[in-house]
Design a binder for this molecule. Sequence first.
Ligand SMILES: *[C@@H]1O[C@H](CO)[C@@H](O)[C@H](O)[C@H]1NC(C)=O
Ligand SMILES: *[C@@H]1O[C@H](CO)[C@@H](O)[C@H](O)[C@H]1NC(C)=O
Length: 421
Amino acid sequence: MHSHLLLGVALVANLCDAIPIQDSPRQRLLDGLGLPSTYRSVTGGGRLPFTPGHKDPYDNAVDAVGDDLDPLPWRNGLGASVLGPWNKERSRQSPDIVRPPSTDHGNVANMRWSFADSHIRIEEGGWTRQTTITELPTSVELAGVNMRLGEGVIRELHWHKEAEWAYVLDGEVRVTALDYEGGNFIDDLKKGDLWSVIAKNFNLAPEVFAHIPQGEKYIFQGSKPGSIDDEEPQGKEVKKSKYNFTHRMLEQEPINSTNGGGHVRITDSKNFPISKTIAAAHAVIEPGAIREMHWHPNADEWSFFIKGRARVTIFASEGTARTFDYVPGDVGIVPRNMGHFVENIGDEPIEMLEIFRADEFRDISLFKWMGETPQKQVIDTLFADDPKNGKLFLNKIKDANNNVVTKPDFVRSKNDMAGDL
Ligand SMILES: *[C@@H]1O[C@H](CO)[C@@H](O)[C@H](O)[C@H]1NC(C)=O
Ligand SMILES: *[C@@H]1O[C@H](CO)[C@@H](O)[C@H](O)[C@H]1NC(C)=O
């Protein structure tokens, strides 16, 4: 009886799946109906978008999720429709993979991984998932873990060959550590706080760990901790660590962009001394703003997207370039010295972490670099045949401050886009 019922349910679900998405251009083409009206007007009447000479208004930053578009592999008169299987939701999240902008060039390795595609390890009261070189081969300098612990749940006492650096995305967590001199550390963290544990932190005599239960208890249910005062180890032998393993990143005064484009907080060994091998920036990029062209000379960037929708263009060696789109929960890589810029293509601020295997955060902005290069050299290199635009460009870079985030003069708005259609 039960199994019949289940089968019935499954059948209904299958039928639902088969109902075409209203006005999906792919479904309409499959059905021989031509393109939906919005797409038809894109093509300027009856012409198909993959007609020679067709100019594609979508050959730029597009928020396919927010604007409810169905990106397909055609651009500027090239390409074709799709008749085989097609994952519309994924295409929407990565329009620049499906329809790379014509400015992309050559082969650049994949620089994006969604934690949504990571295998989840389920444990007592919690779970973890990771993005390492296995999931994302360009993630060579850092590996990331995303973890959730329920109330009173404990990630067991552990130690690493490598340093650990952690950012609290939400909730409250107690961190207890032992330093290599046997000093104790205990602190309570909330959203926006960090901890960092240096490599070989627990280089202690084995008897220190004599009472650790046998077998691995990676994550397990404990009891909700009392106050730090109640729980702090007491006794004559106990000494407090002279190091501070925690830091309140979001309580730092931000570096504000001068034109409302966003703000950045930087935490590295200068203001968080224990973090000798990890430097990080927490950036907020407002809708319509960009994190302008820059590069990091001392480490690869390992970024984590917390909010918003971002489009990142990466310029690799030998004139190659590739554009990636990121949604919350995605990891991005930008190898050191590769110029890149981040555009906010959504309608809410982007919140992201940029993490580096380095003692200090270092970035070089293109405008600042050019502003400090002798002007004649810039003009001779870039505007030899175009003195008028050379002058405009010089004015633009003359006062180049190091605005890490900025609002461009021409801000793409939904209304501008609508005008294109
Ligand atoms: C560590 O430093 C932070 C400041 O970032 C401070 O709020 C916290 O109380 C310190 N923790 C300990 C246990 O000293
Ligand atoms: C940066 O902006 C924030 C929020 O708008 C403001 O509270 C803060 O005072 C500004 N900081 C500086 C240094 O201007």
